[in-house]
Each structure stands twice: as C-alpha cells, then as structure tokens.
Design a binder for this molecule. Structure first.
Ligand code: NAD
Length: 437
C-alpha cells in the first residue's frame, strides 16, 4: 500500500520506517526542511536505537522516502497519517491542535481519490470530527474517511513496540476505512498483535485513558515510597509484593523522581481539561497531575537535605538528563525542574548524559557538561542520579568516590544497592528506602 506520513518526528519517522519495513511504500513529510534534508542524507534527527539501520535499509529498498512537499506524497497515498505534535496549549493545559488543523488543511488540498486520513497524533475526543469537518469544507466532493489510530510506542524501544505491540487500536466509523486499516496492519497480525476496532471517539479516548492510567500507577508508587521512608519500609519490595499480583502487574511500579517526557505530562492535563469541559469530575487524574508536579521540588529538597540542609555554593553532579534512558528527548524531563530548583538554592550543576546533552543545552542554563560519569563527579559535593542509563549501573564506585569532594549519592532511580554503597563509604540516599539502608 502507499502511505504518506505527515510529521517525521519520534512517532512519524518510526511508524513510517516500520510500515516501509512491512513492505508498504512510505513517504515521510515534514515542514522542517533541515530535518528532511538530513534524512535524505541518511542523518537521523532523533536518537532511537535501531532507527538508523531501519531507515537506511528501507531507503535502499526504495520503500521509504522523504519530502517537504505534501503533493509528492498525498495524492497517490491510500492512507495519509497525521503524526504531528500536539503539545500543551500555553496557559490552559488543553492540547494545542494547530499542527493537526494545518496538516488537515494541507491534506485536503493535496488528496486525490478515496483517501483514509489517519490520526496518529494523541488528540482529544472529537478531533476526528474536526479533521473531517476541515477536509469536508475544503473539498465537499472528496471521497475520504477519517480514522483514529493512536500510537502507544515508547521512545527508546519504539521499533520493537511498533512491530510487536500489545495491541493496535483503530477507531473507524465506516467499513471501507476499516478494511484499508486492516490491510495496512495485516503484517502485524502475523506477529500476533491484536487489532482492536472501535468507533473513532472511543479510540481517541483510549489513548488518554492508557496514559493517565500509567501516570497514576507511577504516582501511586511514588506516594507509597514517601510513606515507606517515614515508616521504615522498602518501596522496591512493596512494589514487587504488589506487582506479583496479576491484577496489578509489575510494570510502572518503579518509584522515582516523578514522570516526565513528551506525553504523560501533557496528556494527563489534556484529559483533565477535556473532562472539565464536559462537566465530568476526574479527581484521580487531577490529583496525579498535582502530586507529580509537587514531586520535582520534593526531589530537589531531598538533595538539599542529603547535603546537610544547604547546597549554597556546592557543586552537584547530575547523572542523566533525558526523561528516561535510550532517548535524547528532554521534553518535560524531571531533570529540568530538579536542576532549576537546585540552582535557585545556590548550587552549581555539573551534568552528564550519554545522549541527551545537545538537547539539554536548549533547556538548561548555567550547567557545566562533563565528558563521562567520573568527570562529572569530579570535585562534587553530591552526586544525583536522575536517569537510569545502563552506563550508570555498573560504575566503579571506588573511582567515583575518589573523585568527589564529599561521598554523597542521591539515587532517584534506585539503581544501586544500599549495602554496596555503604561498604564503599557513601552517604547514600534513595527513593522509598528504609532510613538505615
Ligand atoms: P515530534 O515533535 O517529534 O514530531 C512532530 C513533527 O511534525 C515535527 O518534526 C514537525 O516539524 C512536524 N510537523 C508539524 N506540523 C507539520 C505539518 N503541517 N506538516 C508536516 N510536518 C509537520 O512529535 P512526536 O513525539 O513524534 O509526537 C507526535 C504525536 O504522537 C503527538 O501527538 C504525541 O503526543 C504522540 N505520541 C508521541 C509518542 C512519543 O513517545 N513521542 C508516543 C505516542 C504518541
């Protein structure tokens, strides 16, 4: 099948490359001319494991190409995906749909013949109706359907998630569109991935419900972690103890600095705003948003406390800046708020991240960047682990301690073993740990 992918970011580029790998003919479009020029030269604009190879292979096989011109992609496509950003709208927490609207207008101008317009971006309920309205108004005679097909991939494991998803959700209101979507995803059913067909509004809401539920799970265990610290319990064991229950499941129960990233913060807020618009109380989601926001400053306070009550004039080494490992994505990373709060408290920050430092430089000010974890620790009064990159898991603890001015480690991801840290003479603080560990 012929596919046009409008928006070649984390979702569009991965989805486009994976569809091409399934054998479809895909053209990825983006308004960012630099991004398209880079892609044409084989330069991948984002960090996603395996993506460079997947793109190169499919470009070589003539199944994947890139353009800034929608007219080179849309008229011949049977399915046109909208995979543009839907960031938080400034001021009110709603999803900002301007890129989706613009894409819809451009698609309307370019499409020819029966076209399925597929919304892959995360969008509030009713956006499919809006896209349909925009296209219908511009092209009253056109033959088309608008489908919702929210994406559930995780950055850092995006290709595997796309190719072997837990499920694909397709919200289609008519049979013809449903058939096109079934054909498009047929290679996935060979991977035994279930495709759940729903109506369009249900699909749109499913994405928000999924993200809000996962954000709730994280926030729940974070609050349990706080209680663990007070009562002398160990959150990692509590998480294991509850996670073994199949009704709960072990995933998303790692206590930490609070969720961040390009999806959970904006999606929880957008869901909350939608519910408010419809007069529906969503107190759980509202609490999750508030509790998670407060957690970032609480983590900075934790560091200050570990430093004896003040970080004024002290050097704090920060390991890990991206919102999670294996991505260069800094959007709404907890590191941004934590570092900001520490700087306001008078700390100097030295940071290292294996992949994210270029993106971090756009978000952070007055940060000195190190060449590796040991360089980062040099002369530091405390070291804070914010993102659990594999490279930080097996550090030479003796070497690390030797570099530091004071042996204080605040582990916001619970990757180290308390006994081992104590053996090496560290003053070690983690999340949700018993005080004596
Ligand atoms: P992104 O910012 O990485 O990419 C969006 C791309 O769209 C950019 O390259 C931008 O230049 C381009 N664009 C904007 N308007 C355009 C237009 N009119 N024509 C062509 N290109 C245009 O965003 P992303 O992270 O890929 O997210 C896209 C959507 O997918 C969002 O709604 C997001 O919530 C959702 N989503 C993201 C993830 C994730 O992990 N990043 C996972 C699931 C769902």
């Amino acid at each position: 099948m012929r596919v046009a992918m409008i928006g070649s970011g984390y979702v569009g580029l991965v989805s486009g490359a994976c569809f091409a790998d399934f054998g479809h003919e895909v053209v990825c479009v983006d308004v960012n001319a630099q991004r398209i020029a880079d892609l044409k030269k084989g330069i991948i604009p984002i960090y996603e494991p395996g993506l460079d190879r997947l793109v190169a292979d499919n470009v070589a096989a003539n199944r994947l190409s890139f353009t800034t011109d929608l007219n080179e992609a849309v008229p011949t496509a049977e399915a046109v995906f909208i995979a543009v950003g839907t960031p938080e709208r400034r001021g009110d927490g709603h999803a900002d749909l301007r890129y989706v609207q613009e894409a819809a207008r451009e698609i309307a101008r370019a499409m020819a013949g029966y076209t399925v317009v597929v919304n892959k971006s995360t969008v509030p309920v009713g956006t499919g109706d809006m896209v349909e309205g925009i296209i219908r108004e511009a092209r009253p005679e056109a033959e088309f359907s608008v489908v919702s097909n929210p994406e559930f991939l995780r950055e850092g494991a995006a290709i595997e998630d796309f190719k072997r998803p837990d499920r694909v959700v397709v919200g289609a209101n008519d049979e013809r569109a449903k058939q096109v979507m079934a054909e498009l995803y047929r290679p996935l059913s060979l991977n035994a991935a279930p495709v759940l067909f729903t109506d369009r509004r249900t699909a749109e809401l499913t994405k928000y419900a999924a993200n809000a539920f996962l954000a709730t799970k994280i926030t729940f265990i974070n609050e349990i972690a706080d209680l663990c610290e007070e009562v002398g319990a160990d959150v990692q064991l509590v998480a294991r103890g509850i996670g073994m229950d199949k009704r709960i499941g072990p995933k998303f129960l790692n206590a930490g600095p609070g969720y961040g990233g390009s999806c959970f913060p904006k999606d929880t807020k957008a869901l909350m705003r939608s519910a408010q618009d419809y007069g529906v109380a969503m107190r759980i989601v509202e609490s999750v948003v508030a509790v998670n926001d407060a957690r970032k400053t609480a983590m900075a306070r934790k560091v200050v406390k570990a430093c004896g009550g003040s970080v004024q004039g002290k050097t704090i080494a920060v390991l890990g800046l991206t919102f999670k490992p294996n991505t260069d994505d800094m959007r709404d990373s907890p590191a941004i708020s934590i570092i900001g709060a520490l700087q306001r408290a008078g700390a100097r920050i030295r940071a290292f991240d294996p992949v994210g430092m270029e993106q971090a430089k756009k978000e952070l000010t007055d940060v000195a960047y190190a060449t590796d974890a040991y360089d980062c620790a040099h002369g530091a009064d405390a070291l804070v682990l914010i993102t659990e990159w594999d490279a930080f898991r097996a550090l030479d603890l003796a070497r690390l301690k030797q570099r530091m001015a004071a042996p204080v480690v605040v582990d916001l991801r619970n990757v180290y073993r308390a006994e081992e840290m104590a053996r090496h003479g560290f003053d070690y603080v983690r999340v949700g740990g018993r005080p004596h560990l």
